[in-house]
Design a protein around this ligand. Structure first.
Ligand code: AVJ
Length: 311
């Protein structure tokens, strides 16, 4: 269970580099320790956080239409599968599938989820793959020649800068016998609604953001005083993204492994980017990676998009 040593070295190296840079940054992948993952689960149920429930509703409504992208005997490969909650909606409708391949970086969690799915979907082979979708995913040899349908829900793609997002799309495009890619993206909308989704009244997103400092204190011996930082969600129109920041309330110095990090009053640590697309901006990015947007599924309010890409 406890295997933090190598991870902590990477966290230390990357956190220090980010905090010594200008502007100061921390990568959003470090949010997700146990507490952070629990807080994110809470976020997904907040009244202001529309993405999860909207995407789930679109998938429910469009599962029949999306089933058209399943070639007979295909494998559904999900990037960053987590608890595979939304996937069950597809599995319930995709009867031509032969296999479901959840890919996740967290091995323990993946095995647990795979067992539950194998029990509930005995008609499909469940083939968990421990891997990082930010790199080359090595799919099992048994999938050679099998048609593949990739699935990347949750607007997780939005955490990536356009170049990195295009690279990810292009890597999946190069998979052998890939036939389609279903992706969830969050859409550009009214700024107040976007800000509220990332700065909820109950303060759960603030706790989620601040938890990264708690993690640095615990895992790499930093001495952040959490009371001296505040959560901020900002809309960056030029980059079409929500940014999350932790803003220093005062001029202060924080120690990390013998290194001093100085903060001016009001200086921020930029902790996350969440890109918002339009159908057109996403179509253009996908085209650069060799994909065509074959269908675009959205809700009445056009809050969220489920995109089906084909080669
Ligand atoms: C998990 C990246 C999709 O961008 O909406 C939620 C993360 N951050 N609230 C998002 C998040 C703050 C979330 N993603």
């Amino acid at each position: 269970m406890d295997k933090p040593v190598i991870e902590d070295k990477t966290l230390y190296r990357e956190a220090l580099a980010g905090l010594q840079g200008s502007p100061k940054t921390l990568q959003s992948k470090w949010f997700y320790d146990r507490t952070g993952s629990d807080l994110f689960e809470q976020i997904t149920t907040l009244p202001e956080y529309y993405p999860t429930r909207t995407e789930t509703a679109i998938l429910r409504e469009q599962a029949g239409a999306l089933a058209a992208y399943v070639q007979p005997g295909a494998a559904l490969v999900e990037l960053g599968s987590g608890a595979s909650t939304k996937t069950r909606i597809l599995l319930d409708h995709f009867d031509r599938l032969s296999a479901y391949v959840p890919v996740d970086i967290s091995g323990d969690f993946l095995q647990q989820t795979a067992q539950g799915l194998a029990r509930d979907y005995p008609q499909f082979q469940i083939i968990p793959v421990e891997g990082d979708f930010m790199g080359e995913v090595s799919l099992p040899a048994a999938l050679g020649g099998v048609p593949k349908l990739a699935f990347f829900p949750g607007s997780t793609l939005g955490n990536l800068d356009p170049d990195a997002a295009t690279d990810l799309l292009a890597r999946v495009r190069r998979w052998d016998t890939i036939s389609a890619f279903i992706i969830g993206i969050d859409l550009v909308k009214d700024t107040d609604m976007l800000i509220a989704a990332y700065d909820d009244a109950a303060g759960v997103t603030a706790a989620f953001n601040l938890n990264i400092l708690k993690r640095l204190n615990r895992d790499i011996g930093a001495d952040f005083d959490l009371a001296q930082f505040v959560h901020a969600a900002r809309w960056n129109a030029a980059e079409s993204r929500i940014e999350m920041h932790l803003v220093s309330k005062i001029a202060q110095t924080v120690m990390i492994g013998g290194q001093q990090i100085r903060f001016a009053e009001g200086e921020s640590i930029h902790t996350e980017n969440c890109r918002k697309y339009t159908a057109d901006s996403f179509r253009a990015m996908a085209a650069k990676a060799g994909w065509q947007l074959d269908s675009f599924h959205t809700d009445k309010g056009r809050l969220f998009g489920v995109c089906a890409l084909v080669p």
